[in-house]
Design a protein around this ligand. Structure first.
Ligand code: FES
Length: 150
């Protein structure tokens, strides 16, 4: 006996309101990560990737053949081959929501159900039409660092 999962209410979605985004931008100024909105009109691509190095913690947290969502940093990191890490923005290219789940090689967006490949960023299921933006990532001293070199 199972009940169908109910869609998230707007209050539960990970999307920031336009007001929140604008207030956050005004208060935070330039940060390593920009804000994104979910209205599909603000262009999440411009703010979807880090503009400064981001420490994601121990590289061992992303085992070979698996992927991990770093929701706070809005990044997804996978290690398809030993020592080879891939990182992508977790900001959905459909309307800017942040992915909420990594499972079975897929990243899922909670807002409208788009799915992306964790190793390539390609769209596996729409409505998103564009792949997740790739982000440079490296393992340095046992730590994962995403974003541009310092
Ligand atoms: Fe619509 Fe992600 S924002 S599927």
């Amino acid at each position: 006996m199972s009940t169908p999962s109910s869609p998230q209410s707007p209050a539960e979605t990970p999307c920031a309101s336009r007001r929140t985004v604008l207030r956050g931008a005004a208060l935070a100024g330039v940060a390593g990560l920009g804000a994104a909105a979910c209205d599909g009109k603000t262009g999440p691509k411009a703010a979807a990737v880090p503009t400064a190095p981001v420490d994601l913690g121990p590289a061992a947290d992303v085992p070979v053949g698996q992927a991990r969502l770093f929701r706070e940093q809005r990044l997804i990191v996978s290690q398809p081959v030993q020592g080879q890490y891939k990182a992508f923005s977790a900001v959905c290219t459909h309307a800017g929501c942040v992915a909420d789940k990594v499972d079975n090689g897929k990243v899922r967006c909670p807002c409208h159900g788009s799915e992306f490949d964790v190793n390539t960023g390609k769209v596996l299921q729409g409505p998103a039409g564009d792949p997740l933006p790739s982000v440079p990532v490296r393992s340095t001293g046992g730590k994962l660092i995403a974003g541009p070199e310092a």
